[in-house]
Design a protein around this ligand. Structure first.
Ligand SMILES: Nc1ncnc2c1ncn2[C@@H]1O[C@H](COP(=O)(O)OP(=O)(O)O)[C@@H](O)[C@H]1O
Ligand SMILES: [Mg+2]
Length: 179
């Protein structure tokens, strides 16, 4: 594949979307670790971490504002040649499409893990609380998740190790950018 220097230096956005517990953060963190070892300019934008600093709610408009806020940051960073790894549920297709338009080089990666598996993992005990109605508007339980219509990549995590999933994303990244 021929690629000029400009393309080689250009940033891009890998946007990991999926249910809570799908594996977005786990995959994103390992990917960032690997790319940093390879001296790549990389920035993780994790939805939960950003929510810690910019708290917001879980109503549809609040979720979409959060997604657009993160998308805007991603668009600024990619302009400076950064590989942006965004990991957030981003449940609505329309908001993800807004981010796609905001960014120059957006790649939607669907971390495809069934609700059943996510609920079995229940990493943070949130599904249990959502089922007991202790928390409201929980994606997959009492709030929608719109499956990506045309993701650039779909990563199945069931019966697969985190490392194998990371490799899948990495191979995809290598197919769109020389690193
Ligand atoms: N192939 C896989 N890819 C990613 N995570 C996996 C995989 N298999 C099992 N897991 C586990 O699933 C959990 C996913 O949690 P997390 O990454 O916090 O999800 P999310 O950020 O999507 O809410 C972790 O405990 C992780 O170890
Ligand atoms: Mg996460």
């Amino acid at each position: 594949m021929s690629m000029n220097k400009q393309e080689n230096k250009s940033g891009l956005v890998l946007w990991l979307t999926g249910l809570s517990g799908a594996g977005k953060s786990s995959i994103a963190e390992k990917l960032v670790e690997y790319l940093e070892l390879k001296h790549q300019k990389v920035q993780l934008l994790d939805g939960d971490l950003i929510r810690n600093f910019c708290p917001t709610g879980f109503l549809k408009n609040e979720r979409n504002d959060h997604v657009k806020r993160v998308g805007f940051m991603a668009s600024l960073l990619e302009k400076h040649g950064v590989i942006v790894i965004a990991s957030l549920i981003s449940p609505y297709q329309s908001a993800r499409d807004d981010v796609r338009l905001m960014c120059k080089n957006y790649h939607e990666i669907y971390i495809s893990t069934s609700l059943e598996i996510c609920e079995t993992r229940d990493v943070k005990g949130l599904y249990k609380k959502a089922r007991a109605s202790e928390i409201q508007n929980f994606t997959g339980v009492s709030d929608p998740y719109e499956i990506p219509k045309n993701p650039e990549l779909k990563v199945q995590t069931e019966g697969v190790s985190v490392d194998e999933s990371v490799l899948k994303v990495l191979n995809y990244l290598k197919s769109v950018k020389s690193i």
